[in-house]
Design a protein around this ligand. Structure first.
Ligand SMILES: Nc1ncnc2c1ncn2[C@@H]1O[C@H](COP(=O)(O)OP(=O)(O)OP(=O)(O)O)[C@@H](O)[C@H]1O
Length: 353
């Protein structure tokens, strides 16, 4: 197990600054997930930690030791790739044992480690098979097993579940969570998938343009986003943002809506309010924060999304439980508890006190 520290890490590819000065301390045993839009630098950052790319500036420390210029094999890390990267001509056993054999470990110790990993990952029945005779989920478990037997100080996962279908993804996600609990290892994980990020992470790092927009627990990112980027990126359907103005007497004036008293925010520089779709609910006209007419209803089974057009033409999304009794074209009035309202300034920064 190990801590991983990034200090002012930068990476350029030719003229392009892909990683723009990242400071991050990953604690021993922590599960950290990197998320962000395509091209934000998630994989590059993971590959810099692995030593598969060289930093252009800054330092990387593992357990306090400077490994900035150390080759991958000297960092004590194991990486699991989206593509599994198994040897097709070798059995599952030999794939898992491969790195131990190259280290010169004795046969008995190898057998013990492979058996233990196979038991942990429920691969015991498949040890004699070749990768092509396995499902995608089983192949990824072999790739994880190969990482586990090396007893690394930390695991690095690069979108390991992306090639799996939805059901296998959910199962393998649970296995990774179990593995983390069982091994207590430091894990750094890149994904596009919000559910993976929210369910696996002790801490999510949201990246945009090679910078950290916010690094915090799933709960805090969801409940207390620092900026509109994180507010819109975390949560699906995304948070509704609407124009507002504020004053120094703690009032928020919602465009085409009422004025609220909002002592929890620095209201004077308010520019937008944010309300998540699930925090809006239907109400009577006298208590409404917002109103509009329903353009479309999406029925999702457990809940429905109402897409509502406001008087100024802007769209907002409302999530209601089960099947909505509303109909397209209907005018609806909406309210939200003040505790669920977010307020941002013109630069998109949260104005929470
Ligand atoms: N070897 C390379 N040479 C030049 N540019 C690169 C190289 N590797 C990555 N890039 C660029 O760096 C940026 C970040 O890439 P990276 O793969 O880290 O993004 P990502 O956030 O993981 O994206 P995705 O979610 O699409 O996989 C992209 O614009 C990419 O084109």
């Amino acid at each position: 197990m190990a801590s991983i520290q990034l200090r002012q890490v930068k990476k350029t590819f030719g003229p392009v600054n892909v990683i723009q000065g990242i400071d991050l301390h990953i604690n021993d045993g922590e599960f950290v997930v990197f998320v962000g839009p395509s091209g934000c630098g998630k994989s590059t950052l993971l590959r810099l930690i692995a030593g598969l790319e060289q930093v252009s500036a800054g330092y990387i420390l593992i357990d306090g030791n400077d490994v900035t210029h150390a080759p991958p094999y000297d960092r004590g890390l194991s990486m699991v790739f989206q593509s599994y990267a198994l040897y097709p001509h070798m059995s599952v056993y030999d794939n898992i044992a491969f790195s131990l054999r190259t280290q010169g470990m004795d046969k008995g110790s190898i057998a013990r480690r492979v058996d233990e990993a196979a038991r942990m990952l429920q691969l015991g029945d498949y040890l004699d098979r070749k990768p092509k005779a396995l499902s995608g989920g089983q192949r990824q478990r072999v790739a994880i097993g190969r990482a586990v037997v090396r007893n690394p100080s930390a695991f690095l996962f690069d979108e390991p579940l992306s090639n799996l279908d939805a059901a296998l993804r959910a199962d393998t996600r649970l296995e990774i969570a179990r593995l983390h609990k069982q091994l207590g290892s430091t894990m750094v994980y890149v994904t596009h998938d919000q559910t993976e990020a929210m369910t696996l992470a002790d801490r999510i790092v949201v990246l945009q343009g090679g910078r950290i927009m916010q690094a915090n627990t799933p709960y805090d990112l969801y409940e207390r986003p620092d900026n509109t980027f994180v507010a819109e990126f975390i949560g699906s359907p995304k948070m509704n943002l609407m124009a507002c103005a504020g004053d120094s007497a703690q009032h928020l004036h919602i465009a085409n809506g009422p004025t609220l008293e909002a002592p929890a925010f620095h209201c004077a520089t308010a520019h937008q309010i944010g309300i998540r779709p699930e925090h809006l609910s239907l109400c009577g006209a006298d208590t409404a924060l917002l109103q509009g007419s329903i353009e479309q209803i999406e029925y999702l089974g457990a809940d429905s999304c109402l897409h509502v057009k406001r008087e100024d033409g802007s769209m907002i999304t409302v999530r209601v439980a089960g099947r909505s009794r509303c109909a397209p074209g209907e005018t609806v009035h909406l309210t939200a508890a003040l505790e669920s309202v977010h307020v941002f300034d013109v630069a998109g920064q949260s104005l929470r006190r």
